[in-house]
Write a protein that binds this ligand. Structure first.
Ligand code: ZN
Length: 142
């Protein structure tokens, strides 16, 4: 289940960079105990759910896309998406739009940010919907 990401250590929950212990101890997998707890909770929930109609692979595929999209956005935005709060993400998107209007110097960077954010927002909504279906007691057959 863990996608082996050789090399760089990242928090499995939020993707923040972690430092490896120099003494060769156990490698950290999370930035905080809260993220370890959340990750394990989500993993346990996923494990309990039966795979129906390829729903799980589909979700994982969307998750990959989401992670890619998140990597293109600012860390605080990434954190918003990790917490699956579309309302706050939309607010952040609005803030970035205002920022874009205010400054033209880094127009391109802001544009990229917005595009990545819009994509991430869409994906997080899809993912959230899919996860709700997966964790619901009744998984509707499409
Ligand atoms: Zn984390």
């Amino acid at each position: 289940m863990p996608a082996d990401s050789a090399g760089g250590l990242e928090c499995l929950q939020c993707g923040v960079a972690l430092t490896a212990p120099s003494g060769g101890g156990p490698t950290p997998k999370f930035c905080s105990s809260a993220h370890r707890a959340k990750y394990n909770r989500d993993q346990a929930r996923r494990r309990v759910q039966p795979i129906e109609g390829g729903a799980v692979p589909a979700v994982l595929g969307r998750f990959d896309e989401l992670v890619t999209a998140l990597q293109e956005t600012a860390p605080q935005v990434r954190q918003l998406l990790v917490d699956y709060d579309p309302v706050r993400v939309a607010a952040e998107l609005q803030r970035l739009r205002s920022e874009l209007n205010a400054t033209t110097s880094d127009l391109e960077a802001a544009n990229r940010k917005i595009e990545g954010l819009e994509r991430a927002l869409r994906l997080s909504e899809e993912l959230n919907t899919a996860l709700r279906k997966l964790s619901g007691t009744d998984v509707p057959d499409a």
